[in-house]
Design a protein around this ligand. Structure first.
Ligand SMILES: [Zn+2]
Length: 397
């Protein structure tokens, strides 16, 4: 009988069923609600602070110096840091529930509360510094060009993102995990062999101790130009060697297909769109509510609050666009990986394992809107179609 990719896919889907499948679906579908509530909480927290007049008072305090008004950048910084810490604190119960309690409920986390809280504090510190700096730059652009500032803001954001990606493997990632060279052995040899065969200038593969945080299997390509690094995590390394090879071939695909620079370019376009929206919507919002909130104009640093409200509403609406940009790259890397590793069954096995925390068989719209990676079903079907076209070749049985 001829090999039927659809039937083979259905057989793979049947290997993950029952209570485990129901739990994975519930976990992932809960994520849809969390995405929406995240945006609503940001909007609610800011609205409360604005209506209470706290942000007007914070801004007035931040602008007052011992010898008269402070310079705009000092005013902005003295507003932004306490504001970001205050809003983070207000959303803290929700953050603890979504990223600590819920992860434990579903058995996905390996961390106790102290370890989680320590890492969360580091992340908040990094985010606050990065956001404050970006805000100071954008606010300077607003004061200088009250109409065309969105162009300068886009340039600054893109430069910031590029810098972040560039230094992330050297400065950010080591704050959370230990990266060590993958020891000599068949896995390392197989990955480096695929790298040489596909023109990837890698002489090292890194192992990251992700099991200190979670049970998830994963690998990644990080960095840019000289800082590029291919890493797999220790949860993945516990899987059969052919499955590891199938995943690493996918990661090499990200590198060969230049996905990081392309992604930065796409993010720059999204940033331009978002800032253009802000440049139109902020003056409109201030004209209606500025007096009630105590914000006189765009040069008041307190506009950070209405700006973040508008941004979280806009990014929520753009979620399917963002997910589709990422998912498209992932599909490309899957195809590259199948061609490079020639292990469709191992790739299918990993795709089903990832179904433990990503709903395995969504509807087509559900996948288009909420998935930043292809679903397990899509991935297995891709692998089985590849296999159907290569059956009979010496290494494909
Ligand atoms: Zn990927």
């Amino acid at each position: 009988m001829a090999f039927d990719p659809e039937l083979a896919t259905r057989a793979w889907m049947a290997t993950f069923s029952g209570a485990a499948r129901a739990q994975s679906d519930a976990y992932f579908e809960g994520g849809y609600v969390i995405t929406v509530v995240d945006a609503l909480i940001t909007i609610a927290v800011n609205l409360v602070l604005l209506r209470l007049g706290w942000l007007a008072r914070l801004s007035a305090w931040a602008g007052r110096g011992p010898k008269g008004p402070r310079r705009p950048w000092a005013h902005g910084l003295r507003f932004a840091v306490p504001y970001l810490l205050l809003t983070t604190a207000m959303a803290l119960p929700w953050t603890i529930w979504t990223s600590f309690v819920r992860e434990h409920d579903y058995g996905l986390s390996n961390q106790d509360f102290g370890a989680w809280a320590g890492e969360a504090a580091i992340a908040v510190a990094i985010n606050s510094i990065a956001l404050s700096l970006l805000f100071l730059g954008v606010h300077a652009a607003i004061r200088r060009a009250p109409r065309g500032w969105w162009l300068g803001a886009t340039a600054l954001t893109t430069a910031g993102l590029t810098f972040f990606v560039l230094v992330s493997p050297i400065v950010i990632q080591p704050l959370f995990n230990r990266y060590t060279p993958l020891p000599e052995g068949p896995v390392r040899a197989a990955v480096l062999s695929m790298a040489r065969a596909n023109g990837v200038p890698a002489d090292n593969v890194w192992l990251v101790d992700a099991s200190r945080q979670s049970k998830r299997i994963s690998a990644n390509v990080a960095g840019l130009a000289g800082t590029t690094r291919i890493a797999l995590n220790d949860n993945l390394l516990k899987q059969p060697a052919d499955e590891v090879r199938a995943v690493m071939a996918h990661e090499l695909g990200h590198y060969v297909l230049n996905h990081v620079p392309k992604f930065l370019l796409q993010l720059a376009l999204l940033a331009a769109l978002l800032f253009l929206f802000l440049a139109r919507a902020l003056p409109w919002l201030l004209a209606r509510f500025g007096a009630r909130w105590g914000i006189a104009g765009l040069d008041d640093p307190a506009i950070l609050a209405p700006a973040l409200m508008l941004l979280s509403a806009a990014t929520l609406v753009l979620t399917p666009v963002f997910n589709t940009i990422v998912r498209t790259q992932e599909i490309e890397a899957d195809r590259f990986g199948l061609n490079a590793a020639r292990a469709p069954e191992s790739f299918a096995a990993i795709a089903v394992k990832l179904g433990q925390y990503r709903k395995l068989e969504p509807g087509p719209w559900e996948e288009a809107i909420f998935y930043d990676h292809p679903s397990g079903h899509s991935r297995v079907l891709t692998a089985m179609r590849w296999k159907a076209e290569h059956l009979g070749e010496p290494d494909i049985r």
